[in-house]
Design a protein around this ligand. Structure first.
Ligand SMILES: Nc1nc2c(c(=O)[nH]1)N[C@H]1C(S)=C(S)[C@@H](COP(=O)(O)O)O[C@H]1N2
Ligand SMILES: [Mo]
Length: 424
């Protein structure tokens, strides 16, 4: 590196420091432009961002955008903990727009708290074996030679449940996210292996010590399971299972094994470590029972946000279902007396978040807003009181829904515009 290159590098570093917020005056004369910043006037109010290596190479968001993930109360432990293990981490849905969760903000869940494997993709392989004619071991390069698909899918942790103690939508619903996933359909690989007629289930196993293995009906595997290496236009993040994970669209999060290294096709249900919460070994029952129900939540306005005053607002939120595509979303602005059809901001896709909205003129009185959804196969998201009635138990506002909680979420709007948890 000659001295000119060196001083150029130093300059680039100065640029980085500037982007980090050091006052322009402290930079000195090295960079004439920065030494004489334009005086902010009404015409020219914002300072310029100076290019830095980091900013040019991989990009950075504006320093004014500060939305971050948080450790989810579900884990009951910090993430990372003192050992560097990661538990449940929730996505900031209150700041979300559109339907894609940025990879940096995708929720994270580890079944028992885990270190995240730091896998060299050149050394990683996926083995498919068991009840097949031709077992296969594929490198990442091999996998990328198969025809690929790109699909929008949500994932949701079974622990994504809301109660009256949570304050924000990040706490109530932040254990779900939606990405565009790219990879090879599992059916493509299984056809290459040749399934034996004894093939009834498969077990997807991850590379870390807890393995993240689950038994999944082979019919589901041949339907829409996706062996994904891409997320939102680039490689998966380590938190999402780099270099490979399986997507089991619509099934609860735990089935979506990360750091995927082995698929064993079996002739029966295998009782794996992950099966602690799964109540059935009957494939149809499991396929129905472990599927996320139709669910929706209003993300704006939501808990701890504030409406500045009476007037027009676009109520906005997310809806999804493990039963297919979302069919309708309804919004109530009067505590459930009247339900109004919401509009979609994008085309609903199978097992993917859809963004809905409802235009609303708030008159400044206290009220409760909520949303409910239906899906392709005719399921409807239920109110907590309807679920209590179904189970024939007395209803209390903070009733704990058994199993997966896809009940309707109410947000209370007070006269001063403050938004709080309607279950509190
Ligand atoms: N290998 C492995 N896969 C795993 C897990 C794990 O701990 N290890 N956690 C599961 C759980 S409980 C969920 S909810 C999803 C979460 O996926 P995400 O972290 O990409 O959001 O991954 C699943 N796959
Ligand atoms: Mo999970």
């Amino acid at each position: 590196m000659d001295s000119e290159q060196k001083s150029r590098r130093a300059l680039l570093k100065t640029g980085a420091a500037l982007a980090g917020g050091i006052t322009l005056g402290a930079v000195g004369k090295a960079n004439a432009q920065s030494a004489n910043p334009p005086t902010p006037t009404s015409e020219n109010a914002s300072p310029m961002i100076h290019g830095s290596k980091e900013l040019i190479e991989y990009g950075q968001r504006s320093k004014y955008v500060t939305s971050v993930r948080i450790a989810h109360p579900l884990g009951g432990r910090p993430s990372p903990d003192v050992f560097g293990k990661v538990f449940h981490v929730a996505s900031p849905l209150q700041d979300s727009v559109g339907v894609i969760t940025p990879s940096s903000l995708h929720y994270i869940a580890t079944t028992r708290g885990s270190f995240m494997p730091d896998i060299d993709p050149k050394l990683h392989t996926l083995t498919l074996h068991g009840e097949v004619d031709r077992p296969l071991t594929l490198t990442m390069d091999d996998l990328k030679r198969f025809p690929s698909v790109t699909r929008l899918h949500f994932i949701e942790c079974a622990g994504n449940r809301h109660n009256g103690k949570q304050r924000t939508v990040q706490e109530t619903h932040g254990m779900t996210s939606c990405s565009e996933w790219t990879g090879v359909l599992l059916s493509t690989l299984l056809k290459e292996c040749g399934l034996k007629s004894s093939a009834k289930w498969f077990v997807a196993e991850g590379a870390e010590e807890v393995k993240g293995a689950s038994s999944i009906p082979i019919v589901k595997g041949m339907d829409d399971c996706l062996i994904a290496y891409g997320q939102n236009g680039e490689a998966l993040r380590p938190q999402q299972g780099f270099p490979l994970r399986i997507m089991v669209p619509g099934f609860e999060g735990i089935y979506h094994t990360k750091y995927l290294r082995r698929i064993k096709v079996t002739n029966q249900f295998y009782m794996n470590y992950n099966e602690f919460g799964h109540l059935t070994r009957e494939d149809k029952e499991l396929a129905l029972g472990e599927r996320i129900g139709p669910k929706s939540v209003i993300t704006y306005p939501s808990g701890t946000q504030r409406l500045p005053g009476p007037g027009f607002y676009e109520i906005s939120g997310l809806a999804w279902s493990g039963g297919g595509a979302v069919k309708t979303v309804e919004v109530s602005t009067d505590g459930g007396k009247k339900w109004n059809r919401a509009e979609f901001k994008n085309t609903p896709q199978r097992m993917a978040h859809v963004r809905f909205a409802y235009p609303w003129k708030w008159d400044g009185t206290e009220t409760v807003i909520m949303s409910r959804t239906t899906d392709d196969i005719g399921q409807r998201q239920a109110l907590r009181e309807e679920i209590a009635e179904w189970w024939k138990v007395p209803f209390e506002r903070d009733y704990r829904v058994p199993g997966l909680d896809n009940s309707v979420m109410p947000w209370k709007i007070s006269k001063d515009g403050s938004v709080t948890n309607g279950l509190a």
